[in-house]
Unconditional design. Structure first.
Lengths: 364, 409
């Protein structure tokens, strides 16, 4: 047993931290959020140049062959800096799904993802289906026409291609198509944490066999693994947020003086910050467990990811709410970073099954 | 090229992180399980399985069986007759005993005074006391808290005055200790006593070993809210204690006391025993078809897993040469909260039968139990477990420790 990060993993974390500190501070992030673009293409190109976009892909597909542990490190650091670039949608959700598939042109697509040229979104969700992503109403008819509406497609507005979960003769299918295909229409909006997502309708979109990535059990296992990895990633992001909430609150209470002394000298605040620290450490523990189980592809990996997701859904929101409270009026000011962690935690809890949903899954 | 490239990070040993125990550790786990099924005293097992409180004799049998196997010194170095186990073996040992429902190993001898004696005691004291601890010939108890000194332990007043009569050096001890666990069974007590009042309060404290049969010692039971007699008041009236029973130097007792507290960090979270409780609860709840209880059990399962991995992280850091810091305070706080929450869920699962309480020893007199058979045991545990967030430095004191050493405020 060894639960310590290796020297290489520590180095990886340091590189990401260095980037976030020098090129992606809160003001830079705010500029991106307030701009007309959903993300910064210069940053994205930088990600490509530095090898970040190649991280999780197998070496056969031209990737660096890193796994869930390294992705977790990346997302923890993304969480601390509240990075909003669409890494989750293009690289994790769509990219890893393609990488695991036997789709004929996957190597070309992954190469284009790695170089930063291509964005792909995974359209997994539908209105009224809750967190059930495996029984879509969107379907392909006998003539090969796709009809239906997918919802909450992350980064849909910026994607060149879409991977769509749909139904054909009551069999689950994953298909890929160009966003600009006739019959595809998008209604895009921004998310609580500054990202963008779309509702996407398909009206008699003509498909043929070349659009099909996989169907049946293979397709189900591809999307389950992709969503599981994405759930791990956003949970790691939440763990990063929780650590930042604790550390930033601690610093703020040391600097802020009232009644002639730093407010960190008050025991009632100290104990609340101790609780934030403890929750952050316990969440880290569940992250380590889950990422190692996913890395080993153990039978229980879904269960452990669910345990993690339910835990950070509850305790992550709690930490962020405490952080806002302990910052006083500054906590609810848009110009301060701290309140944005709360919005991030709301969005993470809502993605891929909230705390209640995953708590049930973890007990199965 | 900007300096964030990861292209140059090449793995020498990929996936070095892993959560699996080594083959050696797994073989050890099997050895512990074998001992549990063959040599763990059967009559003790039967009682713990039925939730019947075990007697003094049962506890002695249990410890003697461990001693026979050579495992009594589970946390001691080999040179003093201990096992010299690695942190992971210690962890496995504690977890397996907990999972099997063994009573907790009494910490006062082997976990507390023993390490103080072999670290700070002289050769004569080591020879005199250590073998009896390892063979469980001596039952120790702990004389720390006093009626006026709980969390503020250093304010303790029990006084020891050095005298000399007929060339014999001895202390005369006067005062009282309280919350003394199982003092009614104890042969010896290790005490923090005040030998000096002149300086700051921590510097006038000494560490003294006292024979419980000494004239002038009186033990009075304190009955706790579960109705059981576990803790006591111990009164000292002109008790004569040979000066050779002083550990280390006079006035250094506080240092030894802090060492002792830091020493007992493994198994502090009680993960194995909590897992056993949780497994039983899950079994009970699965038959009740109650979503609310099921949800609470799921929550506890997730939280217990978080505690377990936190303990393993600490252990892993130790095995890689790290130094444990305030993490043991996290484990104390969360481990005891878990024990309390589990016992409370037993009570909730009893429904209206939580009303019935036959006392701490269950229905051992063949009264026909009304309601589910786990109800009495659950309530007894619930009431008894309130102590866990109070003892060993209350959880609020643990948070003060974390404030100081982690928050730095």
């Amino acid at each position: 047993m060894n639960l310590n990060y290796s020297d290489e993993q520590v180095m990886l974390r340091e590189q990401i931290q260095k980037f976030c500190e020098t090129e992606y501070d809160f003001y830079k992030r705010e500029d991106i959020v307030k701009s007309n673009d959903d993300f910064d293409s210069n940053v994205w190109n930088l990600f490509a140049e530095q090898g970040w976009l190649s991280m999780p892909f197998s070496e056969q597909s031209g990737g660096l062959g890193f796994g869930p542990i390294e992705l977790s490190i990346l997302f923890e650091e993304f969480g601390k800096a509240l990075v909003i670039e669409p890494y989750l949608s293009t690289v994790v959700l769509a990219g890893s799904l393609l990488d695991n598939s036997t789709f004929s042109s996957k190597n070309d697509l992954i190469e284009q993802i790695c170089s930063g040229e291509l964005h792909i979104s995974l359209a997994y969700a539908e209105a009224g289906k809750g967190y059930d992503y495996l029984t879509p109403n969107t379907s392909i008819d006998k003539k090969g026409l796709l009809n239906g509406t997918k919802t909450l497609v992350l980064n849909g507005a910026n994607s060149d291609k879409l991977i769509v979960a749909c139904n054909r003769d009551n069999i689950f299918n994953l298909i890929i198509l160009d966003t600009k295909t006739d019959g595809v229409s998008l209604n895009s909006f921004s998310t609580v944490d500054g990202q963008s997502c779309s509702e996407i309708s398909f009206e008699n979109v003509q498909l043929d066999e070349t659009n099909i990535i996989a169907y049946g059990d293979e397709a189900i296992s591809l999307i389950k693994d992709s969503l599981n990895l994405a759930t791990l990633c956003v949970s790691a992001e939440a763990v990063g947020c929780m650590e930042s909430c604790y550390l930033k609150t601690l610093q703020y209470t040391k600097d802020r003086e009232q009644f002639g002394q730093p407010i960190s000298s008050f025991q009632v605040l100290q104990h609340r910050m101790v609780d934030m620290f403890i929750e952050s450490e316990l969440a880290k523990s569940l992250l380590i467990k889950a990422m190692l189980e996913v890395n080993n592809r153990s039978d229980d990996m879904y269960k452990h990811v669910s345990a993690l997701k339910s835990y950070i859904g509850t305790s992550g929101k709690l930490s962020a709410k405490e952080a806002v409270q302990l910052h006083g009026g500054m906590g609810v000011s848009e110009e301060m970073m701290i309140g944005h962690y709360l919005k991030k935690m709301i969005s993470i809890d809502a993605l891929f099954g909230n705390a209640d949903y995953h708590l049930k899954q973890s007990g199965k | 090229m900007r300096p964030y490239s990861i292209n140059q990070i090449k793995y020498i040993k990929k996936n070095i992180m892993n959560i699996n125990f080594s083959d050696e550790d797994l073989a050890f786990r099997d050895e512990v399980r074998e001992w549990l099924s063959n040599d763990y005293p059967q009559h003790v097992r039967e009682k713990t399985e039925k939730g019947i409180t075990i007697s003094k004799e049962d506890l002695i049998d249990f410890h003697k069986a461990l001693s026979k196997k050579g495992w009594m010194g589970y946390n001691w170095p080999v040179e003093f007759g201990g096992t010299g186990w690695s942190a992971s073996k210690l962890y496995i040992f504690n977890k397996e005993l907990g999972l099997a429902g063994c009573p907790p190993i009494l910490p006062f001898g082997v976990g507390m005074v023993g390490p103080v004696i072999y670290t700070f005691g002289n050769d004569e004291q080591k020879e005199r006391f250590l073998p009896d601890i390892l063979e469980f010939n001596t039952w120790w108890c702990q004389g720390y808290s006093e009626p006026g000194s709980g969390s503020d332990l250093a304010s303790l007043k029990t006084k020891a005055v050095l005298r000399n009569d007929l060339d014999e050096d001895y202390y005369v001890v006067n005062g009282s200790k309280t919350w003394t666990t199982l003092a009614q069974n104890a042969d010896w007590i290790f005490c923090l006593v005040r030998t000096d009042n002149s300086g700051i309060k921590q510097e006038g404290i000494s560490f003294l070993l006292i024979d419980m049969k000494s004239p002038g010692i009186e033990v009075k039971p304190i009955i706790t809210i579960d109705g059981d007699h576990e803790v006591n008041s111990v009164f000292f009236t002109d008790v004569k204690v040979p000066a050779k029973n002083l550990i280390g130097e006079e006035g250094k007792g506080w240092t030894y006391a802090k060492f002792l507290l830091a020493h007992e960090r493994f198994g502090i979270a009680g993960v194995g025993a909590s897992m056993r409780s949780l497994n039983r609860l899950k079994e009970i709840i699965s038959k009740l078809d109650n979503d609310d209880l099921q949800r609470k059990a799921n929550e506890l399962e997730v939280a217990l897993s978080a505690i377990e991995i936190t303990e393993l992280r600490l252990l892993s850091a130790l095995e890689n040469g790290g130094h444990p810091g305030a993490e043991s305070s996290i484990l104390k706080i969360k481990g005891t909260e878990m024990q309390q929450a589990l016992s409370e869920l037993f009570v909730e699962a009893s429904g209206e039968y939580a009303l019935m309480y036959p006392g701490p020893h269950g229905y051992e007199n063949n009264d026909k139990p009304a309601g589910p058979d786990f109800a009495a045991e659950g309530l007894s545990a619930f009431l008894n477990m309130r102590k866990t967030s109070i003892y060993g430095g209350s959880n609020e004191i643990q948070k003060n420790i974390l404030s100081k050493f982690v928050l730095g405020v």
